[in-house]
Design a protein around this ligand. Structure first.
Ligand code: ZN
Length: 342
């Protein structure tokens, strides 16, 4: 073998081992094992994969290659809507959860860059509506990610619209609060469509899970200064004339320096009629409630009402956005302000 040929083979070998190593042969093996456990073939239409790859780094390396590996092994893809990427911090471990809709079985792979662990979850209604399921799962491989994994995969399996799944990917979870945000964003898009030169500014007050769906669907963000997130104290909430504020929308025209505002609220009577549990703080209640709300995602206007519309001047806009200002007092929708001005 001449010198150049030796160099060629050496470089080729190096390249192959680098690709193999970076994508983690063990993880590929674990994905293949998971498919066997689930009794699934590549391209199975009942299969869905949820992963935080692309968001997390392992030992300082980014993880986008795992998406191709998972797609190659499972046949699931973003284009088919059955490869979902949920957000986790960049220093988090890698999660690959494979789920089979017809059997409700799920295999969860957790990989920290050195050690891979595999766990199994049965996420049928008969299990996830029981508090014991959550207790057991919280100490297993899925740990504190159980809620995100179970809720997003169940939302997919229940036929949730893809833009709801996008919101859940961003939120890291598919919870009832996110459904409220989905309802709100859909009502905004239908009742307040943007015309040329206009943009949405959303005052997320009081803030909650809903605001992540609003961010994804309306394209607003704190960085673009189009989403302002403000918490209300319990006292401030009591002073509101609406029981469950869903936030304040402004449709702002930058060249005309004026806008139209709308106060949105969740219709709690309708929510109460729709869900079984009156609390969403317990994971089993959340699982049941979100399942019931998903079948109503196409009827957003039943759940969100417009409480008031108002004209927005630059001064009012400033007041709505500013730190330390209760936006409901700024527009006169807080009982405290109403009393004070009488
Ligand atoms: Zn949430």
């Amino acid at each position: 073998m001449n010198g150049w040929l030796k160099v060629f083979f050496a470089v080729t070998l190096l390249l192959f081992s680098a690709v193999d190593g970076s994508c983690g042969t063990d993880v590929r093996g674990l994905v293949r094992g998971a498919l066997k456990t689930l009794g699934a073939q590549r391209g199975d239409p009942n299969l869905c994969v949820l992963t935080d790859s692309t968001y997390v780094n392992l030992a300082g390396r980014s993880t986008e290659e795992y998406v191709d590996m998972v797609e190659g092994e499972t046949g699931c893809s973003v284009g088919k809507g059955n490869l979902l990427l949920f957000r986790r911090p960049s220093n988090y471990h890698l999660i690959i959860a494979l789920y089979k809709r017809d059997t409700k079985e799920c295999v969860v792979i957790r990989y920290d860059g050195q050690e891979g662990r595999v766990g199994k979850l049965h996420i049928g209604d008969e299990h996830v509506y029981e508090p014991d399921f959550w207790k057991k799962a919280s100490t297993g491989v899925s740990g504190s990610d159980t809620s995100g994994i179970v809720s997003i995969l169940r939302a997919w399996s229940l036929g949730a619209p893809y833009d709801f799944l996008k919101s859940a990917e961003f939120h890291g979870d598919a919870c009832p609060g996110l459904a409220w945000g989905y309802f709100t964003a859909k009502v905004v898009q239908k009742q307040y469509p943007l015309r040329t030169g206009e943009k949405y500014v959303f005052i997320a007050c009081p803030n909650s899970c809903k605001d992540d769906a609003i961010q994804v669907l309306l394209g607003v963000s704190p960085g673009k200064r189009t989403l302002f997130v403000k918490k209300l104290t319990e006292d401030q909430k009591k002073q509101l004339s609406e029981e469950k504020g869903a936030g304040i929308l402004v449709k702002w025209n930058q060249s005309q320096k004026r806008g139209k505002g709308a106060v949105l609220a969740v219709d709690m009577d309708k929510i109460r009629q729709t869900i079984s549990y009156k609390t969403s703080s317990k994971p089993n209640a959340k699982a049941m409630n979100i399942a019931q709300l998903i079948s109503h995602l196409n009827s957003s206007e039943e759940f969100i009402k417009v409480v008031r519309e108002f004209a927005v001047t630059p001064e009012l806009m400033q007041g709505l956005m500013s730190a330390g200002e209760n936006p409901y007092e700024v527009i006169g929708l807080s009982r405290k302000l109403v009393r004070e001005t009488k």
